[in-house]
Design a protein around this ligand. Sequence first.
Ligand SMILES: Nc1ncnc2c1ncn2[C@@H]1O[C@H](COP(=O)(O)OP(=O)(O)O)[C@@H](O)[C@H]1O
Ligand SMILES: [Mg+2]
Length: 382
Amino acid sequence: MTAIESPAGDNGLALAVLNSVQNPVILVDRAGHVAFANWEAESFFGASAAQLARHEISGLIPFGSPLLALIDQVRERKAPVNEYRVDLSSPRLGQDKLVDLYVAPVVSEPGCVVVVFQERSMADKIDRQLTHRAAARSVTGLASMLAHEIKNPLSGIRGAAQLLETSVPDEDRSLTRLICDETDRIVSLVDRMEVFSDERPVDRQPINIHSVLDHVKAIAKAGFGRDVRISENYDPSLPPVYANRDQLVQVFLNLVKNAAEAVGDEADGEILLTTAYRPGIRLSVAGSREKISLPLEFCVIDNGPGVPTDLLPNLFDPFVTTKTNGSGLGLALVAKIIGAHGGIVECDSQSRRTVFRVLMPMHKEASSVEPAASLTTTGKAK
Ligand SMILES: Nc1ncnc2c1ncn2[C@@H]1O[C@H](COP(=O)(O)OP(=O)(O)O)[C@@H](O)[C@H]1O
Ligand SMILES: [Mg+2]
């Protein structure tokens, strides 16, 4: 153990220091053997320092790893080097072993080098996962961050503006009003995002989907859908869907609102709500050979211009919008809610016929409804 047991003396202290370092540190001697490993390195390589000492470094890391070339380079140049994002994944070290490396020569021991490993953070690993899952997670995190970091200061700003309102001259009052209105707008946006961070389980019961759709139609008729014809084509014998009623109302409100906005003021604009029982629809679940059945079909169909083709692949992602005042959260929320209910939502869009189709599992017993979390939403263009 060359460097550590150098004549300088206080080996015990040097060892204690190295073992307190939360990064793996090894010493590679002239012959390429691992002459020293701190505790963190023992756990990194899954072997004791004594076992490691019997190995050459080349036998411990993946064949052809850039670390070997780095060690040679340091020996030759007698100067330290850093290398970032080196992949050391192997059956021995495990998957996703992405590290930063610091390699330095030991001045007093020619040919010996110290290697310090810095494991890349979790965030890096998540980066390499499926992007939509990472996206969903980041929205969840972002939403709860916004709720804490933005809403509180905003209420302070609003309060201050209200106080000012009483003391500013009349002609400036529109400015204090502007501050209040704009802070209100941000708060309501944050509120809308907050539903994404709500991971609490929801109450579910057997729900008559037709009563939900009729309720949504009534809301639409009283406001944003006043001028659009809304007709329905229901299957009256449809069994109930096991769901949270408020969330279903939210889902169909979002879909009907988008449909109403799509048809705009077209004189022949029309929205059609349909329900049907389709026992034939079976879907494969990722990671399992089993197929699940989603026989309850609810559609919101409009005869607007259709979803722009370039939007389709990301249609259900948050912040995707073509509207000047759109939030792009409507469909993301639809996908989140339907996914949590074990269903899927898909879009089939062509000019003058855009179908948003929600497929839900059959309610057998309350406990038998499992969320099919691995199912994803799909967008299809014709
Ligand atoms: N029925 C529809 N017809 C055409 N385009 C649609 C329809 N529904 C949604 N879209 C498109 O999808 C985008 C995202 O919708 P959404 O998530 O509800 O956000 P927002 O309504 O705030 O824009 C819309 O901006 C629009 O471009
Ligand atoms: Mg919308």
